[in-house]
Design a protein around this ligand. Structure first.
Ligand code: BMA
Length: 304
């Protein structure tokens, strides 16, 4: 199963040294397509340990990245008290109805980790909407459409160490409610026993919404972050239709097994390009990487 996704020969495709500013790490990118370009929203940790979100563009999605000098979302602005310690791990969804991209990200501060939402017409500048979930909560991703008139989001509240993926619905992208537990931690000795979290925004397929999620297991040497697959109902997206029996992607290459946090693969960007899925992920919390797969091969895993 591990061979479904093929890593780019150019991995890591973006490294700290590629940034126009001093960077300790570049990781966990949101992904979008804009015109002919692939756009990545990069989490960039500076040498003080605080993260901002920068925009990178490439015409082939692999190399030739053009990276903005200034972040699209900068932590520590006086007006935004819940992101004094960082803007982290963006996921980006284009809402055709709104004709804008919406960015969910982790707002990190003395208050904990919360989920913030911003919107952008051009992926050059963004306007913050504010927090949509209070601490501790992270790993949120919006669906691109409404369901019976309501927007839907997946997120991961921390219920005192119990960390399942939940959903919420909203009429206006600001007021969120109707919670459902969508995908619980694996429990026991499972690869995703300790916690799970949404990866990129789900993609609609003939079988339902395809969800890539991360799962965590604690080993003697620390946490190991791997990626699993799930399918959610096309009309009722909190309804879990299928879940892969194990992970499909784990740290294997040097840039994944060693880095700032070893043994981490953390997918946050997913594009459907023709019949291929392009998965952008953070490796070892240090670099941005790419792996691709045929959509039909990925769906086959879930129908076994
Ligand atoms: C999570 C987040 C991610 C990070 C991952 C692996 O809790 O902090 O930003 O990539 O851990 O260390």
């Amino acid at each position: 199963m591990e061979t479904i996704f093929h890593r780019s020969d150019l991995n890591p495709i973006i490294r700290p040294g590629n940034m126009p500013v001093p960077a300790a790490a570049v990781l966990n990118p949101g992904a979008a397509e804009q015109g002919e370009d692939v756009v990545l929203l990069l989490r960039v940790e500076n040498r003080n340990g605080y993260s901002d979100i920068f925009v990178a563009r490439s015409s082939n999605g692999v190399d030739g990245w053009r990276i903005e000098d200034e972040p699209i979302l900068r932590h520590g602005q006086r007006r935004w008290r819940y992101e004094q310690w960082g803007c982290e791990d963006p996921r980006v969804t284009y809402l055709a109805e709104e004709r804008r991209w919406y960015i969910t990200y982790t707002a990190y501060s003395q208050y904990g980790c919360a989920v913030a939402l911003a919107r952008s017409e051009d992926l050059v500048t963004a306007q913050r909407i504010g927090l949509i979930f209070s601490p501790n909560n992270k790993d949120a991703a919006l669906f691109p459409q409404r369901f019976e008139g309501k927007w839907a989001v997946l997120h991961r509240p921390d219920a005192g160490g119990i960390e399942h993926i939940w959903s919420a619905y909203s009429p206006d992208l600001t007021h969120w409610g109707e919670p459902h537990c969508v995908l619980p931690e694996g429990g026991g000795a499972a690869w995703d026993a300790v916690k799970v979290g949404t990866g990129p925004p789900p993609i609609l397929t003939d079988h339902g919404w395809l969800l890539i999620y991360h799962g965590v297991k604690a080993y003697g040497g620390g946490f190991v972050y791997r990626a699993g697959l799930a399918l959610l109902d096309r009309d009722v997206p909190h309804k879990l239709l299928a879940r892969s029996s194990g992970w499909f992607f784990q740290a294997r290459e040097t840039y994944e097994v060693s880095g700032l946090v070893p043994n981490v693969v953390f997918p946050t960007g997913l594009l459907l390009r023709g019949d291929e899925l392009w998965m952008y992920y953070g490796a070892a919390d240090n670099w941005v990487c790419l792996a691709t797969a045929k959509l039909q091969d990925v769906l086959a895993v879930l129908s076994d």
